[in-house]
Design a protein around this ligand. Structure first.
Ligand SMILES: NC(=O)c1ccc[n+]([C@@H]2O[C@H](COP(=O)([O-])OP(=O)(O)OC[C@H]3O[C@@H](n4cnc5c(N)ncnc54)[C@H](OP(=O)(O)O)[C@@H]3O)[C@@H](O)[C@H]2O)c1
Length: 292
């Protein structure tokens, strides 16, 4: 094991593996640094839409660096597979959006490893967790703990990510495109739209996504004043076949249930085609703007 520029290295499975010294964060990095490459960070990448973002980013930009973060890298077989396939330009870092010190440590890792970030994708989100978070069908089922947990993971976490990554965001990069803005894309949901709420229910999830929308819109106003152009987008992926939607898929017509591959491809097209005037907008997977 040896130490350079504040980062510990050690041999791991016949590869040089970098271990961030900032506890409690643990990361495995096999990156060989190319200072001209685009750098993308996907937060909430263990599975579902986040994992698919990582896969498609690595495929779209053959020279791009991708950093995936999740709560438990060792448990994500999807990330392990990608690590084997793309070692050299793919890093995995432990990050829980409810623990701010792990976000701070991730920002330090980005600064020390790449020096900048061109794209931040916030994907982590919770709708239901057995015995802990039950989506409400009526006011009588609303629980303070569900409201607070949803707010913490779905709204506060992504905002803290933006707070700590902001100084590192820099225009350029782009997954094989000429994107001239740095992008923060946070996965919201159409049910977070107050104007579009005709069905009620899901109080915690709806309110937390509405809060994410408001917090992101607020940040977008401040970002507009920064010299280097950075924009924030809120994205609705459609109803996508993942663990999150699985318990609620029964009444969804087959053609309205998207694959992760389809949805993420559409969302990356929106990200790559985004311009400075898109800052603070809320888009659905098909590029249509969603009312607040
Ligand atoms: N699927 C849909 O139909 C749909 C529709 C509209 C919006 N969305 C939004 O799209 C995003 C992705 O959803 P998905 O369908 O891919 O859900 P998913 O398959 O359930 O994945 C959720 C992800 O969030 C992560 N996560 C949960 N709590 C976290 C925390 N405290 N810190 C860090 N990561 C955490 C999970 O990590 P672990 O593996 O560690 O639990 C997992 O990677 C969410 O924001 C969701 O609200 C999804």
């Amino acid at each position: 094991m040896y130490i350079t520029s504040g980062i510990m290295y050690q041999r791991f499975s016949s590869q040089i593996v970098r271990k961030c010294r900032l506890l409690p964060v643990l990361c495995y990095s096999t990156t060989s640094l190319d200072r001209k490459a685009s750098v993308s960070l996907v937060q909430g990448a263990s599975r579902g839409i986040g994992l698919e973002f990582v896969r498609q980013l690595l495929e779209r930009d053959k020279k791009g660096q991708v950093l995936a973060t999740c709560r438990d890298p060792d448990q994500s077989t999807g990330l392990q597979e990608l690590k084997n396939q793309y070692s050299g330009r793919f890093d995995v870092l432990k990050l829980d959006v409810t623990v701010e010190s792990t976000i701070e440590a991730a920002a330090t890792f980005v600064r020390e490893t790449y020096g900048y970030l061109n794209l931040l994708v916030n994907t982590s989100g919770i709708l239901s967790i057995p015995n802990l978070l039950l989506p409400e069908t009526t006011l009588a089922k609303v629980q303070k703990s569900s409201l607070l947990l949803s707010y913490e993971v779905n709204a506060v976490g992504p905002l803290l990510m933006i707070k700590h990554m902001w100084p590192l965001l820099k225009a350029g990069g782009g997954t094989g495109t000429k994107r001239d803005v740095a992008v923060v894309a946070s996965l919201s949901a159409r049910v977070g739209s107050i104007g579009d709420n005709n069905l009620g229910g899901w109080h915690s999830y709806r309110a937390s996504k509405a809060a994410l929308n408001q917090l992101t819109k607020t940040v977008s106003v401040e970002l507009a004043r920064k010299k280097d152009p950075i924009i924030c987008l809120l994205l609705h992926p459609g109803t996508v076949d993942t663990d999150l939607s699985q318990p609620f898929q029964r009444n969804i017509p087959k053609d309205k249930l998207f694959t992760k591959e389809f949805s993420v491809n559409k969302l990356l097209d929106i990200i790559d085609g985004s311009k400075i005037h898109d800052n603070g907008k809320f888009f659905a997977w098909d590029g249509q703007e969603i009312p607040w």
